[in-house]
Ligand binder design. Sequence first.
Ligand SMILES: Nc1ncnc2c1ncn2[C@@H]1O[C@H](COP(=O)(O)OP(=O)(O)OP(=O)(O)O)[C@@H](O)[C@H]1O
Ligand SMILES: [Mg+2]
Length: 262
Amino acid sequence: MSKSEPLLEIADVGAVYNHSIVALHDVGLRLCEGEIVALLGANGAGKSTTLKAVSNLLAAERGAIVKGAIRYAGLDVTRTKPSDLVRHGLVQVLEGRHCFRSLSIEENLITGALGRGSSRRETSADLERVYAYFPRLRDKRKVKSGLASGGEQQMTAIGRALMSRPRLLVLDEPSMGLAPLVVQSIFETLRRLNRDEKLSLLIAEQNSAIALKYADRASVLENGVSVLEGEASELRNRQDIRAFYLGAAEPAGQSALASAAA
Ligand SMILES: Nc1ncnc2c1ncn2[C@@H]1O[C@H](COP(=O)(O)OP(=O)(O)OP(=O)(O)O)[C@@H](O)[C@H]1O
Ligand SMILES: [Mg+2]
């Protein structure tokens, strides 16, 4: 892969479910190493479908890419097994912060290291690194994740992804259902990971206010079509765009925007 080539490139992608339901018509997006890119759009716009396509997970839901191309780090994603993508550093935190509820938070984190076949020493060093980013998880490491708060579960899901040493971390609606302060703290941590470790991030969000605050660039989806791409700082200031494409879908985001602007 040459230096100027993006780490992830989605070009003219179309996708269907069950051979019939068209979820994506024409999606395009580029992400360069070290960037935070937000994928925005209202309910049902196709954010999750795009992210699943990026990790080659659509087949598991009777979905398929019907046109276009997705390349990650020189690999043709549609021809690469999801587990191989993970091995190459493309790691996804799916919507809904899935944890193994009967396992402790620490056990959940350790499951993230299993695929790598790392030594016990490496695993404990990686755990320390996750705890340094999420000190709350250290305090709660013995608690069963099913008994943890929503925010702690989201941190656990992100921490587990970090245990597999991602190069590109893909997150589907990390803010969903969480209190504004918790959301803020999670995004602050994501930005620190980006700055300190050059971790690249692709984040799908309905909450455009928070995503635009932390992203470098953003891409907007409407009904399965990429309608807009630009610098997050520019989109942040374009109330017309936000009202037109995103406004109806983010009642909670409006107040977050107001406070971010204040
Ligand atoms: N497993 C599935 N089978 C059939 N259709 C699906 C499936 N998953 C999603 N869809 C449809 O594909 C379209 C895009 O959905 P998708 O979940 O990608 O949107 P989204 O932007 O993530 O929405 P949300 O903000 O609600 O999470 C929608 O019309 C949805 O109903
Ligand atoms: Mg979704």
